[in-house]
Design a protein around this ligand. Sequence first.
Ligand code: 3NM
Length: 213
Amino acid sequence: MQFREEMLHCYLVGGTQDVNHDPKRFLNDVSIAMDSGITAFQYREKGTSQLNQERRVQLGLKLRRLADQHHIPLIVDDDVELAQAINADGIHVGQKDQRVEQVLAAVGNTMFVGYSCNQPAQIKHANQLPVAYVGSGPIFPTSSKNDADPAMGLEKLHELVTISTHPIVAIGGITEANMAQTLAAGVAGLSMISMILQSADIQKTVQHINSLY
Ligand code: 3NM
């Protein structure tokens, strides 16, 4: 699937570690989020995850079918082998992951690449690369990522937006209370784990996010 900037509008990230290590609940919640209108999904099996690579591929293939049914892109976090095994549309690479140049070379034009940048120098580096989008965060404090950097706040986010030639999706601590201000910093979209996966009403939350556009 070809990358389009609108895919960043309501970009859900998640893995089984975000739903009490319960793969059934994970697939069910992701499916509800897709039915409700998320515009992209990133499979991020991280940290305390107990799933081995074989189970990641099995789960990833189910996510592939769900994403196809909903015509939204499936993106894999930091694992070229898994992304290729499940025919992902995109791959997301962080600063602490495999080098972005290596990933770009490995996937060629079979997948689009997203890249995490939260410093001006990193954005300038990304400007030189054929990445599809940049993810910047954390904007606010978050408990969903163990090794997250300190929260940057909205002024710094806006500074990054002014430097980047790629569309930026904001991530980290985004809630229904701060999402409108975050979007007003000039980003192309909002990315979140807990606002959606911990929501008491996933459909209502996704619709609320999409009402900003
Ligand atoms: N990446 P929540 S923050 C996956 O700063 C991830 O790059 C981040 O979770 C970054 O929406 C983050 O629950 C966690 O705060 C986002």
